[in-house]
Design a protein around this ligand. Sequence first.
Ligand code: GDG
Length: 493
Amino acid sequence: MSETSATNEQFDLVVVSNRLPVDRIVDADGSAAWTRSPGGLVTALEPVMHAHGGAWVGWPGMPDVEVEPFDEGGIRLVPVPLSADDIEQYYEGFSNDTLWPLYHDVIASPRYHREWWDAYKSVNQRFTDAVAEVASEGAVVWVHDYQLQLVPKLLREARPDLTIGFFNHIPFPPYGIFSQLPWRTRIVEGLLGADVIGFQRQADAVNFQQAVRRLKGYPTRRGHIEVPVVDETPGVRVYGPIKPTGPIRTVVAREFPISIDASIYDELARRPDIQERARQLRADLGDPRVIIFGVDRLDYTKGIGHRIKAFGELVADGEVTVGDVVLVQVASPSRERVVPYMELRDEVELMVGRLNGDYSTIGHSPIAYYHQSFPREEMTAFYLAADVMLVTALRDGMNLVAKEYVASRFDDDGVLILSEFAGASDELTRAILVNPHDIEELKRAILRAMELPKRERKSRMRQLRKRVFDNDVAKWSNEFLEELAKARAAAND
Ligand code: GDG
């Protein structure tokens, strides 16, 4: 970290994401404080920021609040204020009702509104301005996720001295889908402002390179894209490859599969109080022989309906007995003001209500459903109690829940059922892999997981744990930052 003045500190590493990793809590006496907030990105980046020291630029999570930069847990947090209109149009609108469904294989229909795009541009510009102010000369800036895809280009224009990385936490869609987006070329140009663009899976990086070839005509070769320093075709659709005439820079676009801090879950799961809590949960659920567990943000990409359908058919067919087996589904509240999320909640709760209404006995229900968030300790107790973990995402960048389950199972027990449409399936090949659209296959997988012999459970879980512990979040961030360091060295050559 370098300081220019007490009030105008600058940082050599700046992370930028839509949300700052904090929530503001107001006590009964009216005093306010900040507390860490849950979520995939925070879980992933916290250790990196602690290790390197640095600044994190993002929205503090509430509309219309102006907050001065502050320190929390050794990180300088730089809030970017968003108005209620920004949240509606940039965040709930363009990010979560246009890009999110588009990038997840149009499971829901993306909505295209020009005023949402205008808000997206203007908020991306404000994030860029905030970063440009706190980044020291020659700093490394790491931009995160689909809400901020224009920042790399805007930042390169404002601060050519910076080394810029971008990581996309969600999938990047095939060109046939991406090409629906009216502003597709602007997005590709925005991303190409980075030196390194990271994706979860190789398939995502390949999709991106195809979009670059189709929309910009730049040559791409094994994850390296040749980008002219001066773009002679801004915003123009090109047909066929373009031979750059002026100087070029090389942009790296490849996969960096994200992970978790596995040791945190391992340590939590080894705590006697958490093991006791896991036993208590089982007892409170009526001591079933098998607990099947799912935990997701309540999102249509997670395939919650598919898993309830499959489980419901097993109950209806008498292949599982209520009381002997229970499905525990935690659906943490998410994006509750976005219409498809409201509809999804109704759909899921109708399914749960019907199934429980039809098949509950006095004292036992097929599904224990919680539309709530739980503390990490409680989640770990659930992971420990779960004989079968069900991850049925229809499309998912990675899915950290699958990795958290594995990291918690220090006892080498438990069975993971994992969708092949989650990025995690590239690594966690010893899970029972399923196509969640195939309800019959999903039912067979559930039955198989419930009956898997102990020896096989152990052998599978050991191999899964090796993958998760060998490839933890520290390795992920180190590899990304090393690639950025290489990019910087090449640029200075
Ligand atoms: C995006 C991408 C990618 C959930 N409910 C509770 C809770 N969580 C935590 C989980 C996990 C995280 O939230 C969810 O991470 P996922 O990876 O499963 O999914 P997304 O939120 O969609 O994350 C995804 C990720 O970014 C990282 O790149 O893997 O593909 O969509 O950590 O544990 N945590 C607590 N209580 C809850 O109720 N404490």
